[in-house]
Design a binder for this molecule. Structure first.
Ligand SMILES: Nc1ncnc2c1ncn2[C@@H]1O[C@H](COP(=O)(O)OP(=O)(O)OP(=O)(O)O)[C@@H](O)[C@H]1O
Ligand SMILES: [Mg+2]
Length: 329
């Protein structure tokens, strides 16, 4: 029989795979020492098949966890988190909302003492390339939480009955372990119930999604993101503690983004003069232009970017955009 302390450690480490593995190994050693070798060997096999050691777990950048650790992990991808608040450019309103979420978490004890709830359900809305996914990474980084992106393709099963049970498994997963659970393309899940073209069963799925969001209380955060907020069911909005909008950069943000992009590669021309040409573009578009311009300079073995290189990168982006919109027709 395993010692009570070891069993307590095992149960207490649920969700933290390496601690769980260490506790299980102790129980296996104990069994082997008590002469129960076949039992110890069988346990070891089960453990190795389900909880890989640390060096394996830290290998991949984007990991589909399969069914190794938790039955719900086939529904999520773990995303490597490297960038923090200082890397993202946000307008003053959005920044203050994001900083507010971080501050709440950092001072959660104070809020709990006053019986105030933490914001746990957050909706990110805004056009493509304006930082929704990036900001989920930033929050995970600042709060030292792992980031899991729900696999909408797996989640939305062709059997609608399964979609509801997949959603339940997903929310149970996020309720068990402290993490940021990111539901991208949220509109695909939460299509309006008023949409008469949709099946009744789909309405039931949306209802259970509403219910799960409403009941979610952490320990981490659930962040849903959409660039089609107009397609969201009206009832969805009030289920979130915070709605954060991500807008295309204004003049100030364009200037900040350019300064960041060219921090190690100073442009050889007046950068302010080109800012007006970038208005209306997304952060991702502008980033791509800068990277292209820097690449051109590097390939010409120059240490700074010239106006010609920047203009050529800008033209390239415009062409790309033209092609992109043609592709959509
Ligand atoms: N606000 C921002 N500040 C700095 N860089 C940004 C910002 N927004 C986007 N970027 C850059 O563009 C990349 C793509 O942006 P991101 O994936 O966050 O867009 P998104 O809003 O999630 O778009 P989509 O709706 O298509 O999913 C980011 O990884 C980052 O490099
Ligand atoms: Mg995104």
């Amino acid at each position: 029989m395993a010692k009570a302390d070891h069993i307590k450690k095992l149960v207490g480490s649920y969700g933290r795979s390496q601690e769980f593995r260490a506790a299980a190994l102790r129980i296996i050693d104990e069994a082997a020492n008590q002469g129960k070798k076949p039992f110890a060997d069988a346990l070891r096999k089960i453990l190795d098949a389900n909880v890989s050691p640390d060096y394996q777990a830290s290998q991949p950048r984007l990991t589909s966890l399969g069914s190794q650790v938790d039955p719900a992990t086939s529904l999520v991808d773990e995303i490597n988190v490297t960038r923090g608040l200082r890397d993202i450019v946000l307008n003053a309103d959005t920044r203050s909302l994001v900083e507010g979420i971080i501050e709440e978490r950092r001072r959660s004890e104070e809020l709990r003492r006053h019986r105030l709830p933490l914001s746990t359900r957050i909706l990110f809305a805004g056009p493509p390339g304006c930082g929704k996914t990036f900001c989920a990474e930033v929050l995970a980084r600042e709060l030292s939480l792992p980031l899991f992106a729900a696999r909408i393709d797996v989640l939305v099963s062709s059997f609608l009955g399964e979609t509801a049970s997949n959603l339940r498994r997903l929310f149970e997963f996020a309720g068990r372990r402290p993490c940021v659970l990111f539901l991208d393309e949220f509109d695909a899940l939460a299509r309006t119930r008023a949409d008469t073209t949709e099946h009744n069963e789909l309405r039931r799925v949306v209802n259970s999604l509403l219910h799960m969001i409403e009941r979610f209380r952490g320990p981490g955060l659930v962040i849903a993101a959409t660039n089609l907020p107009q397609f969201l069911d009206e009832a969805i909005w009030r289920r979130f503690d915070e709605v954060v909008s991500f807008d295309p950069p204004g003049e100030k943000e364009v200037a900040l983004l350019l300064a960041r992009q060219f921090a190690n590669f100073p442009p050889h021309f007046n950068i302010e003069s080109i800012s007006p040409k970038l208005m209306g573009m997304s952060y991702a578009d502008i980033e791509r232009i800068c990277v292209d311009a820097i690449k051109k300079a590097v390939l010409k073995k120059r240490k700074s970017v010239s106006e010609t290189e920047f203009a050529s990168a800008l033209r390239q982006e415009m062409r790309r955009k033209g092609l992109t919109s043609l592709g959509k027709m």
